[in-house]
Ligand binder design. Structure first.
Ligand code: DQA
Length: 146
């Protein structure tokens, strides 16, 4: 099974970016955690990417069609603004799990609305770096392997 992790803008700064909100774990640490857990799950191949560009996320989601079994997506700020990402998720027809480190519903009002939530299979929000491992579990279970 192939699972694509996609990370949006500013997540390359994890570790130093508002640690009181996002913790001190870097994105590289999170990737290592995900790969370690995936290794223990068995037949799970991980692709892990980050970009600060909306269009790049759109392209990667388009390219995932028919190629990956699930997408785990932290769209970061684009969660709250991007119709293009929503349309890409709909078009790709790849089951997608929306994840966030912070609890977006407990933060500023503008973060409460996710434009992608309705086209994702579900949302995991507020568990820090663990949100990525929960996203992995969700992606695997969607595919019925466990
Ligand atoms: C985030 C929450 C978003 O509101 C924010 O813009 C981010 C990170 C999170 O993981 O908590 O950049 O997606």
């Amino acid at each position: 099974m192939k699972i694509l992790f996609l990370n949006g803008p500013n997540l390359n700064l994890l570790g130093t970016r508002q640690p009181e909100v996002y913790g001190r774990t870097t994105l590289a640490d999170i990737e290592a955690m995900v790969r370690e857990r995936a290794g223990r799950l068995g037949d799970v191949e991980i692709e892990f990417r980050q970009t600060n560009q909306e269009g790049e996320l759109v392209t990667w989601i388009q390219q995932a069609r028919g190629v990956v079994d699930a997408i785990v997506l932290n769209a970061a700020a684009y969660t709250h603004t991007s119709v293009a990402l929503r349309d890409a998720i709909t078009s790709a027809e790849v089951p997608t799990v929306e994840i966030h480190l912070s609890n977006i519903h407990a933060r500023e009002e503008f973060r409460h609305r996710s434009l992608i939530a309705a086209v994702c299979r579900g949302q995991i929000s507020g568990f820090g770096a663990q949100s990525y491992l929960l996203g992995l579990e969700a992606a695997v279970s969607i595919n019925g392997a466990r």
